[in-house]
Design a protein around this ligand. Structure first.
Ligand SMILES: *Cc1c(COP(=O)(O)O)cnc(C)c1O
Length: 496
């Protein structure tokens, strides 16, 4: 029993139970009380290849599994699936290092975690003696759905249904999902916006739980959402990978700090950096980069979280978020006080705002730096980085690059800087092309071609030829039809 709810220390779970459940029964997130007690020989870990690092780090964070079991799960998750053996390569761009997290099967950084989660979930199912099939439900605004389908594709004992807003995702994202292969995957458009799809999924979980709609049917629901500890833990690995690369290149001496700049939405990616630091890696400052939705910039500066503000649709849509779920884990780990976290989360729900105590704010200031960058700054950064360094970055990475320059200007005595790059530029081709100083013509596929002609940077395999691939999924339903859709799918043994 190593995990507990961030809101109630009496709600405990093993790592395997936490992975299987996703969320604690009181709505809190599962967390260890402290990461300091974990013993991990971080210097030894730095000498391993990326799969070896993943095995050591994941066994330390999820001790329900033995090292041998974890080694097999890691191999199944990653072997042959990414463009490079090291999974997440680093590239020198000017004075900084860019850590490329998008070299996976769907060209999204979410591939790193969503390749591993299905393996952890099926292994957890076995550990907990659960024989039910796991049915994953996910609402997506684009990237998560595709990465989740690819991760769960043909994983035994699991099925996945993805809902997306009809007309609410980009043509490339829609084509990525509609052409997804696999006997156990299903994607369905919902007439409505993303919130309708997301609320629909939450209502299905509640109805199935309350009315016992799936009891005795050999199926249970779960979620591939980023609040699951099984999605967070695999992200710790690439901080070690990046640090080891810098040491091997002679850019940093073993033991000296490295600063990381992270384009942040739900606070999962940057929290993994804090985990790496707690496990011993010499992480200097963690720099939180936001777009125009800068609720985190204000929070980290002042200690007051306030989501009562306008919501902007930006060119970096994966960061368009006003409630960053994983922040709750950080508040818990820094305060060690579940009662405090419970109170703050209740205030967030009731008033949309809360303020942390002064001691907690001081701890935040010691660990983090923060900045934001709007759409004009984002496009400007894309053009500047291309002209100066010949490096093509996507919109989310451009936000981080811009904030990294702000950070270095504000704190001249800083460690070597690693910028986390979370998407291929070809996933947001129109804004990238504008950043390069050209206007987009035709549909998104034409614009991808324009970017390639302009830069010569190759289009990732999974995105090239997408327009010609066979469409397998065409369902479109009303939002009040979602529950019936799921129940009907749950009663079908074979989907294809
Ligand atoms: C999800 C996502 C992010 C934000 O990551 P969090 O873990 O939610 O903070 C940033 N960039 C891209 C491209 C993403 O898909």
């Amino acid at each position: 029993m190593e995990y507990q709810s961030t809101r109630d220390p009496s709600l405990r779970a093993s790592a395997a139970e936490a992975v299987l459940a996703g969320l604690a029964p009181d709505g809190g997130l599962y967390s260890m009380p402290s990461l300091r007690e974990i013993s991990l020989d971080w210097k030894h870990v730095l000498a391993l290849d990326t799969q070896g690092m993943a095995t050591e780090i994941l066994t330390a964070l999820l001790p329900s599994f033995t090292k041998e079991e974890m080694r097999a799960l890691v191999r199944r998750a990653y072997a042959g699936k990414f463009e490079t053996e090291d999974l997440t390569p680093t590239v020198r761009v000017g004075d900084d290092t860019v850590l490329e997290l998008f070299r996976g099967p769907t060209s999204a950084f979410k591939d790193v975690a969503l390749s591993m989660l299905p393996q952890l979930m099926t292994a957890a199912r076995e550990k907990c003696g659960v024989t039910d099939e796991i049915l994953i439900l996910t609402a997506t605004s684009g990237d998560t759905g595709k990465a989740a389908m690819e991760g769960f594709c043909d994983v035994p004992g699991t099925k996945i249904i993805v809902f997306y807003p009809d007309g609410g995702v980009s043509p490339v994202q829609k084509a990525q999902m509609a052409t997804q292969a696999g006997k156990n995957v299903c994607v369905c458009a919902v007439r409505g916006n993303f919130d309708d799809a997301q609320t629909g999924v939450k209502n299905i979980f509640a109805a199935v739980e309350e009315e016992k709609l799936l009891d005795g049917r050999g199926v249970r629901l779960s979620s591939a959402n980023s609040i699951n500890i099984g999605r967070l833990a695999p992200q710790v690995v690439y901080y070690f990978r990046a640090y080891a690369n810098l040491v091997n290149e002679g850019a940093v001496r073993l033991g000296d700090p490295v600063d990381f700049v992270v384009p942040t939405g739900n606070f999962g990616d940057i929290l993994a950096g804090y985990f790496a630091k707690e496990l011993g890696l010499p992480v200097g400052k963690l720099v939180c980069a936001s777009n125009a939705n800068n609720v985190l910039t204000d929070f980290l500066a002042t200690g007051r979280y306030d989501k009562n503000r306008p919501f902007y649709k930006t060119v970096s849509p994966s960061m368009d978020i006003l409630v960053s779920s994983n922040l709750e884990r950080l508040l818990f780990l820094l305060s060690g006080d579940a009662a405090l976290v419970k109170r703050l989360m209740a205030e967030l729900k009731e008033k949309g705002a809360y303020e942390v105590p002064k001691e907690l704010l001081e701890k935040l200031h010691g660990l983090f730096w923060q900045g934001c960058c709007d759409d004009a700054g984002t496009k400007n950064a894309i053009g500047l980085v291309w002209r100066e360094y010949g490096y093509l970055c996507d919109t989310h990475t451009a936000v981080a690059w811009d904030v990294a320059q702000q950070y270095k200007a504000a704190c001249p005595v800083h460690a070597p800087v690693v910028i986390l790059s979370t998407a291929s530029p070809y996933k947001f081709p129109a804004a990238v092309l504008e950043g390069l100083g050209h206007s987009a013509k035709g549909d998104e596929f034409d614009v991808m071609e324009q970017v390639r002609n302009e830069t010569g940077v190759p289009v990732p395999k999974n995105l090239a030829g997408l327009r010609e691939r066979e469409v397998r999924h065409r369902d479109v339903i009303d939002r009040d039809g979602m529950l019936d859709y799921v129940l009907s799918k749950a009663s079908q043994k074979e989907w294809f």
